[in-house]
Design a protein around this ligand. Structure first.
Ligand code: ADP
Ligand code: MG
Length: 242
């Protein structure tokens, strides 16, 4: 059974048709990179997967279960699907440790000591265990984004969604975040990554998807996608960004 199955997904913002019959299957452990021009629907697509956005037509199944079934608890669904945004969205008034341990304590009722132990282990994993007692504003952008990833991982998700996680970072901090994402991919996490970091895509993506105008225009294994893009719009896009 696929981890994620998106079938003929359609979404409108008012009159505006933002996702047009998007279908995609993602197996457990697969890493998909989604690229495409601004406004093509990339964020909207991945936000539908954890129901941060509602859609009007089509189906999304997670491990075979329709996320729109009446018995699906959205909060529970989101514990299985972590998301990391361009803007790190940390709680500014909470320490790094509390940012990471808050949801496990509140949502999963994990005992505080255990949640903090897990948080420290995750900080170790993302390479900033020495920052646990600082506040987000005291960290660099790259460190904040690594906290955001650790926070999402604290819920032990099956799927991680990334929405341009390095776009707001200074160039020297991009790799520290990409390296954490690469580790996650190697550990077998199922990942949907909206990113224009094509080096990352070449190295870790199983498939690269190019979206334009709410459609998947082209997709393929990175090797074929980059060396021999079929569609003229993909070629033009790659010329722009590479
Ligand atoms: P991308 O992430 O590829 O840049 P988005 O998914 O954010 O694209 O947006 C796709 C299109 O939908 C854009 O034209 C955007 O202006 C529009 N859009 C996004 N969010 C909303 C919203 N909440 N209301 C109306 N239009 C929106
Ligand atoms: Mg976007």
């Amino acid at each position: 059974m696929a981890m994620i199955e998106i079938k003929a997904l359609n979404k409108w913002y008012g009159e505006f048709h933002v996702l047009k019959d998007v279908s995609e299957t993602v197996e457990q452990g697969e890493v998909l990179v989604i690229c495409g021009p601004s406004g093509s629907g990339k964020s909207t697509l991945i936000r539908c997967v954890n129901r941060l956005e509602e859609y009007q037509k089509g189906t999304i199944l997670i491990e075979g279960k329709d996320i729109h079934d009446p018995d699906v608890d959205v909060n529970e669904l989101r514990t299985h699907i972590g998301i990391v945004f361009q803007q790190f969205n940390l709680y500014p008034h909470l320490s790094v440790l509390k940012n990471i341990s808050l949801a496990p304590i509140k949502v999963k009722k994990t005992p505080r000591a255990e949640a903090e132990e897990v948080a420290l282990a995750l900080l170790e994993r993302v390479g900033i265990h020495d920052q646990a007692h600082k506040y987000p504003a005291e960290l660099s952008g790259g460190q904040q984004q690594r906290v955001a990833i650790a926070r999402a991982l604290a819920m032990k998700p099956k799927i991680m969604l990334f929405d341009e996680p390095t776009s707001a970072l200074d160039p020297e901090m991009i790799n520290e975040v990409l390296n954490v994402m690469k580790d996650l991919a190697r550990d077998g996490m199922t990942m949907l990554c909206v990113t224009h970091e094509m080096g990352f895509a070449r190295e870790v993506a199983d498939r690269v998807i190019f979206m334009d105008g709410g459609l998947i225009i082209e997709e393929g294994a990175p090797q074929a996608f980059f060396s021999n893009p079929k569609h003229e719009r993909t070629q033009a896009f790659l010329r722009e960004i590479l």
